[in-house]
Design a binder for this molecule. Sequence first.
Ligand SMILES: [Zn+2]
Ligand SMILES: [Zn+2]
Length: 192
Amino acid sequence: MMMALFLVGAFVWSLLEYTLHRWVFHERILGRRASHEHLEHHAKVNWFPPWSSKLKAAAVVLGGVGLVTVPLGGAVVGLSLVGGIVAGWLTYEALHRAIHVAGPRSAYGHWARRHHLHHHFADPRKNHGVSTPLWDVVFGTFVSVEIVRVPARQAAKLPWLLHDGHIAAGLEGTYQLPDFVVADSPSLARTA
Ligand SMILES: [Zn+2]
Ligand SMILES: [Zn+2]
């Protein structure tokens, strides 16, 4: 029972991940203040909101879920659900950071980078899910990505993407840079 509720909580997180990213951060249903840190992350893909902001958001969301589920279902039900959401949230945080700071090591890692970096560099109205495409498919924002075109000023902020100023071995078929900047850019080469 507890394990089933924990899994339900992790599933609920996947919808929260989509909801926060699409409607709160990009469509700004809670106003500009709630979205400015995410837009900063879009402007600088190696910048992440501080943990203090994440903990505040977590306190609001998890407190809200707990306040509804504990009185309705009891402490075991409520805390199992909250535990599943926390596990999903932490997994998402680790995955999102890894997408930006480390290269892919599995088919899923390759997919997650193509999917999320398309959201960053091609169309921020698509691919709001980071860990799963499920809710993008449900809400009609899913794009299947084969090629990611990376702006030169952002490529330098993805340390795993470049080697000697060019796309790293094994990633050339998936990622493209504007030719005119890559060959001569010392700032890009430095990150290799
Ligand atoms: Zn990102
Ligand atoms: Zn975004």
